[in-house]
Design a protein around this ligand. Structure first.
Ligand code: UDP
Ligand code: MG
Length: 322
């Protein structure tokens, strides 16, 4: 162990890992090549987010053979953003880089981000011009990106890309936000600092499947949409107001029509269709309200965002005290 772990390395790389055994060897190899070529000191923090495959064994092996590697093992699966927060809290580097473990974010792009930090920016976001994901992912993500940019008043092209670099001070500021449901790239825009986006490559997942099922994906997008603004709630009352206004107008029109033309009987099923539409909208509105209420419930209980079970630096494993 030649490195002094108490000194701050120039760079901390944080990688959340959830069942990525097929990707880790290749990732580790490519990342090591890039990082050792930079001529800067660094640490690589793998955060195991409750993997049930051979990921932990593999990470342990990396740590034993390489003093750059730190492994944070969470007690169970807490989600990608919580895992990254666990990494943030342990990261020592002057600059912190995050990326995915599945090689969708090429490690070879890291120098590009670091160059922007050297230019004086505090946050550097990767922007995937050609995203290699299915339309099921890219279309909702496009809409959410647009909406979020509007709400935050900070226009970023790609909130979803996790290949990013932050100056240490930004990471410390983000760690002061204690909420459980958080969306890191959006949070980074809320804490001040100079932000820039750079185009980065995006590859298909090297192996395995996306760890985001439909429900998890929905939750993530709601985290982004509800986490930073009340605007969706305000939108509900605006829609309600407009509907009530139009409904009253329509009622008045029907009343007058009844006096002049007589009662109307046709179009009953059309009426049903319209009714279903409004009932559907109402349910969606209730769902949105529920998302806010559910998040309030999560927050007031004050549960921890993540629980660290064990930290491994080189050969020394430290069990976290509860
Ligand atoms: N991930 C995680 N916990 C989770 C889900 C995902 O740590 O609950 C990690 C995963 O191992 C990967 C990154 O987050 O390193 C991005 O996940 P994934 O590639 O499945 O997301 P996608 O690219 O489909 O958005
Ligand atoms: Mg991926």
């Amino acid at each position: 162990m030649s490195e002094k772990t108490t000194d701050r390395p120039d760079i901390s790389v944080i990688i959340p890992v959830f069942n990525e055994e097929q990707n880790l060897p290749r990732l580790y190899e490519r990342l090591t090549r890039v990082m050792s070529g930079l001529g800067k000191s660094y640490e690589t923090i793998f955060v195991d987010d409750g993997s049930r495959d051979g990921s932990v064994a593999m990470l342990t092996e990396f740590a034993h053979g390489d003093a750059h590697v730190v492994v944070i093992q969470l007690a169970r699966n807490f989600g990608q953003h919580a895992a990254i927060f666990a990494g943030f809290e342990k990261a020592l580097g002057h600059v912190v880089v995050t990326l995915d473990a599945d090689l969708q974010n090429p490690p070879e792009e890291i120098p590009k981000l670091l160059a922007k930090i050297d230019e004086g920016f505090d946050v550097v976001g990767g922007w995937r011009e050609q995203r290699k994901d299915s339309y099921l992912r890219t279309i909702p993500s496009y809409l959410v990106n647009k909406f979020t940019s509007r709400m935050l008043g900070c226009s970023m092209r790609d909130y979803g890309c996790m290949l990013r670099a932050y100056r240490r001070v930004i990471v410390q500021r983000m760690c002061r936000y204690r909420e459980i449901a958080s969306f890191i790239p959006a949070l980074a825009t809320a804490v001040g600092g100079k932000i820039v986006e750079v185009k980065v490559d995006h590859a298909e997942r090297h192996a395995g499947d996306s760890k985001y099922g439909l429900v998890k994906l929905l939750k993530l997008n709601y985290d982004l949409v509800t986490g930073f603004s009340m605007f969706p709630l305000q939108l509900l009352s605006i829609i309600g107001f407009v509907m009530a206004f139009l409904g009253t107008g329509f009622g008045a029109f029907l009343a007058v029509r009844r006096l002049i033309v007589g009662p109307e009987v046709e179009g009953v099923f059309t009426l049903f269709a319209i009714l279903f539409f409004f009932v559907g909208t109402l349910y969606m509105a209730m769902g949105l309200l529920g998302e806010y209420v559910g998040r309030i419930y999560m927050e007031v209980r004050g549960r921890p965002r993540f629980i660290v079970a064990r930290v491994l630096r080189g050969d020394t494993a430290v069990e976290e005290q509860a």
